[in-house]
Design a binder for this molecule. Sequence first.
Ligand code: C5P
Length: 290
Amino acid sequence: MREITERAFAKLNLSLDVVSRLPDGYHELRMVMQSVTLCDEITITLREDGVVRTASDLRYLPSDDRNIAVRAAKAFFAKMELPGLGADIAITKRIPVCSGMGGGSSDGAAVLRALNKLLDCGLSLGELEKMGADLGSDIPFCVGGGTALAGGRGEILTDVTALPPCHIVICKPAFSISTPELFGKIDSRNQGYRPDTLGMLCCLEERDLKGAARRMYNVFEDVLPQKPDDVPKIKSLLLGFGALGAAMTGTGSAVFGIFDSAEKAASAKSELDTRYAEVFSAQPVKKIEI
Ligand code: C5P
């Protein structure tokens, strides 16, 4: 087998709390993460000449080491001591770039899973997560996905009860937000709301979709740039159409709402489609087994 195709699922933060600033400038986080059906597609073709490169249907994405998929493949070959191997990585992008949905991280994680299968290396999810932690904070979660509590920089993962079946509408406004800039703003925030992470975990355990959705909160929403104000507007619209809860994901700018009714979700999506170019329907994805 010389070629393999793997799906790279988007992630959403059902909740996101910044606990503290670490001495190295990174932050200790506490997040409830969920992977969803919106996905990129990665096709890897092995090469025998040690060259690793990507090509994407989004022309402006870098094809060299600046692309996390390339770094992931190189890290995999180095770790498995396979210096002669290379790869062509074709990426079909559907997850909006710089949206807080972990698109790049998910591509990197999919590369690790795909190479593990293609080369029959037999690494466990835990071993792939560990490999991914050096490449980016969201990669360990994206390796297995599902529903998980993430701590540390995002790499300390605990599986939690899966989010009950539901309908999710995601909207990415036209602007993007700089992740390091938003982390900087969190540092100078005096005090603010904190998500009820424990309450959300209890609701998940009780399969209480409404309770979990009502506890969705992302502390970065407190420090968003004043303009444009699309994030609160999209949240209001989603809630107005009957979402059980709505929040921004990661450092934005995508916003999502959770619905228990396909009809309400479809109505919300139709309305958002008239105002925004990037609106998606999705469902939760269960943890990947390897
Ligand atoms: O690890 P990753 O490259 O995804 O992080 C991107 C940026 O997000 C970092 O440079 C840092 O500014 C910020 N970050 C952080 N604390 C984390 C994760 C990310 O401060 N736990």
